[in-house]
Design a protein. Structure first.
Length: 163
């Protein structure tokens, strides 16, 4: 299975005026994705203590599978890939049961290049994804999977954008 492709590109500006661009993940992005998904510190904030590293095969399988039902993006900051995010069709039965007949999507974001943490990139990407979801996709609700209490950067980024 290959990554499902889309042609959506979203662009915005951080509060300090830097350009953030969300572009589709492609088969050429494996070096970034494999590097980021083998960094224990990055994974701690996205996966908790359970996962220290994903193998290249696991990374490709996960991303290709999720891409079948999601818009997956590379986050670029001033033209440099620094992270990833996505807007995915809801796949949790308990959430779909709670909101029948509604278009519920889930989102997740990771700023994987640690030198870029705390620069407003995440909140800008969340705002772009949210606008895309509600305005372009007609989504009824966005669900944010649990954010660990120690991940204050992520909590702050979502709070800044109204979640």
């Amino acid at each position: 299975m290959l990554l499902r492709q889309h042609n959506v590109v979203l662009e915005g500006v951080t509060p300090l005026g830097a350009i953030v661009r969300l572009r589709p993940i492609t088969e050429g992005d494996w070096p970034y994705l494999e590097k980021w998904n083998s960094d224990p510190e990055v994974l701690y904030f996205s996966e908790g203590n359970d996962i220290k590293s994903w193998s290249p095969e696991e990374v490709r399988s996960i991303y290709r599978t999720v891409s079948q039902h999601a818009f997956r993006f590379i986050i670029e900051y001033q033209g440099k890939p620094v992270g990833e995010c996505w807007l995915q069709e809801m796949n949790l039965e308990e959430i779909n049961a709670k909101y029948p007949r509604q278009d519920v999507r889930r989102t997740q974001i990771m700023i994987d290049e640690k030198n870029y943490w705390g620069m407003g990139i995440g909140s800008t990407a969340i705002r772009l994804l949210t606008e895309f979801a509600f305005i372009s996709q007609g989504v009824d609700l966005i669900y944010i999977p649990g954010i660990a209490d120690y991940n204050t950067r992520s909590m702050t980024a979502f709070q800044k954008t109204g979640f």
